[in-house]
Structures are given as structure tokens and as C-alpha cells.
Design a protein around this ligand. Structure first.
Ligand code: NAD
Ligand code: ZN
Length: 352
């Protein structure tokens, strides 16, 4: 697995933590800060510390785990710590955690003293295959997800398979949904490999690598999301609405991947209706996804609520709901306008 060159930084897959130590040594940083959450400080920090012991000039910042922490208040805590420790412009932030830590740590670093260097050490499957490339940082604000943020590249990303060993199966499956999406939108052969894997434990490193290769190809072609990059949105128009609905209404929330899996089934149905996906392919996609992810009960009375949530999707233009759809497995096209009726029918298809 070769190092991938993303927009303007490398993504390492082998000897990752040695590469990180090399970067720290070469960078001549005044101080390093390791940002963790309450779980990555237990499960992931010990391994990182074995490598960092050479560089004794580092401090730890820990935040509580979960999306609830991806806020301006937690950023204030990070900035206060940086100030208390006298962090100057030559400090380095090491973000050790899932997408929450990567997004928030990247954001905090990107504005502190107009930007200090940071690196990403993603420890969830989702953050390894998705958040690792693309250069997006951000936090939630006023209950709006990722509403504040920057496009800022890390100095490098280090994808270490060992971190996935402690990840709960539900989190593995959450990231796996993005891998399946990468196959569906860009690479039929990759989809064929993924659909027969026995998932619950971490997938083979080679499959993680292939997913990053696909996402990287897309973001490098369209770094600021002008057009082509929207193909990554497959499953996310319906998926985001279902995810938000679940966050607002359920005691146990859907994971991002569980919501996206529902979104992909609905949008595969729309793809069959509007974009050329064959009936056999639709059937195959539904069968694979319903086999992997638990069924989610969607009451008919929720349809208009879900439709309203889709209308607020920040990827829409002129108030019309825009979907990325599949022309066939491994190929997609962007900007399909879908009506309320079509979206409701797709939800009915999911309900079966
Ligand atoms: P997360 O960061 O909340 O991690 C999920 C849970 O797993 C947390 O409880 C965490 O503490 C725990 N965890 C992390 N690593 C672990 C390990 N190795 N062992 C055991 N437990 C571990 O969630 P996520 O799914 O990684 O990321 C979701 C976030 O990522 C969202 O906020 C989303 O907006 C963001 N995201 C960003 C991008 C981007 O391009 N920047 C892309 C996709 C998602
Ligand atoms: Zn996603």
C-alpha cells in the first residue's frame, strides 16, 4: 500500500507512527499537542505514546466523546489550553480520534494564531475511509451540523490499522457504509469484493486503502466541491434526513453509516426510476444493505418531516432537492432533481 498524495499532503498506510515521529522531528515544532476523546485516550493513546516517547515535548488535551462535543465551547477549551501552555505558531496539533476529533481539532488548529500545523490520526473506520481526505474541518453550531468550518489541509494523515482493533462492531459497520458507497459510485469490482466480506471486525487494510484511493481521486479532481465531488453525496440526501430525524427523536441514535445505508437503498430505488440502474442491480444493492444493517421503522406520518429535512440540505440549490444517482453499479451522475412524491415512494420502497 503506497503512500497516497492527496490535495497537498501525504496519507501514510505503512509504518504510520514511525512516519509521524519523522514528521515531528523534521518539523522542528516548538511543542506538540495530542487531542483525544475519553475513549481514544484509553484505546489509542498508549500505542501512540510508545512512539512519542522520543519526542518528550508534548501535552495532552482530552474532550468528551461524541458529536455533542463538536462545538464552539469545546473549541474554546482547546484554545484556552493552547494559550495556557504558551503554544506559538510553531506548535503542532495531533488529532487522535474519529471524525469528531479530526474535524474539531483541525478547525481549532486552522484558526489558532491564523493557523498552526496539524496532523490527522483517524482511529475509526469512518474517519479513515472518509474524513481522512478532503481537507474539511468543522464544528456544529446552533444545532446545525458542520455549519462552521474551513478547507484546511493537514500536514499529513496516518492510517494505522491497529487502532481499528478496539472499535465496536457498530462503528465498524458505520464506516463500512462509506466504503460500500465508494464502490457503488466509482468501482464495481471493489463493490463486488466488499459485498462478500464478513463484517463485524475491521476489514482488511487493503480494502481500507482502496476506499481512500477512490475518495482521494474524487476530491483531488474537485477540491472545493464545485461539481464532481457531489458524487460522494450518494445516499446522503435521504440518509442525512433520516440521521437528523433519529438524532431528534430516538433514544438510541442511528450511526451515520446506518442512516446512509437507508439513504443508499432509497436513492438506489430513485436511480432505478430515473438514472438507468437496472432492476437486478437495485435488488442486489438492497439485499446487501438490508443484510448488513438493522431495519429502521419509518412511520408514514414522518414522510413530510423527512422531506422538510431534505429541503434544508446544504447541497441543494434554489430549494430543489438534488440527488446523486447511480447509472449502474460503479458509475453515478450528479444533480438529479427529485420531487417530494418520488422521495416518499423511495422511502416506501425501503419499508418494503
Ligand atoms: P466519532 O469521532 O464520534 O467516533 C465514534 C466513537 O468511537 C466515539 O465514541 C469515539 O470515542 C470512539 N472511538 C474512536 N476511535 C476508537 C477506537 N480506535 N477504539 C474504540 N473506540 C473508538 O465518530 P466518527 O464516526 O469517527 O466520525 C463522525 C464525524 O465525522 C461527524 O462529526 C462527521 O461530520 C465527521 N466527518 C467528517 C468528514 C470530513 O470530510 N471532514 C467526513 C465524514 C465525517
Ligand atoms: Zn457520509
Amino acid at each position: 500500500m503506497d503512500t497516497i498524495n492527496s490535495i497537498d499532503y501525504p496519507v501514510y498506510f505503512t509504518d504510520t507512527l514511525t512516519e509521524l515521529v519523522n514528521l515531528i522531528e523534521k518539523g522542528n515544532y516548538s511543542r506538540c499537542f495530542v487531542l483525544t476523546d475519553e475513549y481514544t485516550s484509553v484505546h489509542c493513546l498508549p500505542l501512540l505514546q510508545m512512539y512519542l516517547s522520543a519526542a518528550d515535548n508534548y501535552d495532552l488535551i482530552e474532550v468528551s466523546a461524541g458529536e455533542e462535543s463538536k462545538t464552539i465551547e469545546f473549541c474554546e477549551g482547546i484554545w484556552n489550553t493552547l494559550i495556557d501552555f504558551g503554544a506559538d505558531r510553531h506548535a503542532l496539533m495531533i488529532n487522535l480520534g474519529g471524525g469528531v476529533i479530526g474535524d474539531m481539532g483541525g478547525f481549532a488548529a486552522s484558526v489558532y494564531k491564523r493557523g498552526i500545523d496539524f496532523v490527522q490520526v483517524p482511529t475509526t473506520l469512518l474517519s479513515q475511509v472518509d474524513a481522512s481526505v478532503g481537507g474539511k474541518t468543522g464544528i456544529d453550531f446552533n444545532n446545525l451540523k458542520n455549519i462552521l468550518g474551513t478547507f484546511t489541509s493537514p500536514k499529513a494523515v496516518f492510517i494505522e490499522p491497529a487502532f481499528l482493533e478496539t472499535l465496536p462492531p457498530r462503528q465498524i459497520l458505520s464506516g463500512y457504509a462509506e466504503m460500500l458507497k465508494h464502490g457503488l459510485i466509482q468501482d464495481a469490482a471493489y463493490w463486488n469484493l466488499l459485498k462478500v466480506q464478513n463484517i463485524g471486525v475491521a476489514p482488511p487494510a487493503e480494502l481500507v486503502y482502496q476506499s481512500v484511493v477512490i475518495k482521494n481521486k474524487v476530491v483531488v479532481a474537485d477540491p472545493f466541491e464545485k461539481g464532481f465531488r457531489k458524487c460522494l453525496n450518494f445516499g446522503h440526501t435521504v440518509g442525512h434526513a433520516v440521521e437528523t430525524y433519529s438524532l431528534q427523536n430516538d433514544k438510541v441514535h442511528l450511526t451515520h453509516g446506518e442512516a446512509i445505508a437507508i439513504g443508499m437503498i432509497c436513492e438506489a430505488w430513485l436511480s432505478h426510476k430515473k438514472a438507468g440502474l437496472s432492476a437486478e442491480e437495485l435488488d442486489e444493492i438492497s439485499t446487501v444493505l438490508t443484510g448488513l444493517y438493522p431495519k429502521y421503522e419509518i412511520d408514514d406520518s414522518c414522510y413530510s418531516l423527512l422531506h422538510n429535512l431534505m429541503k434544508t440540505d446544504k447541497k441543494n440549490q434554489n430549494g430543489l432537492i438534488n440527488c446523486t444517482l447511480l447509472n449502474k453499479i460503479g458509475q453515478c451522475s450528479i444533480d438529479h432533481i427529485c420531487t417530494e412524491e418520488e422521495l416518499c415512494q423511495s422511502l416506501s420502497y425501503y419499508k418494503g
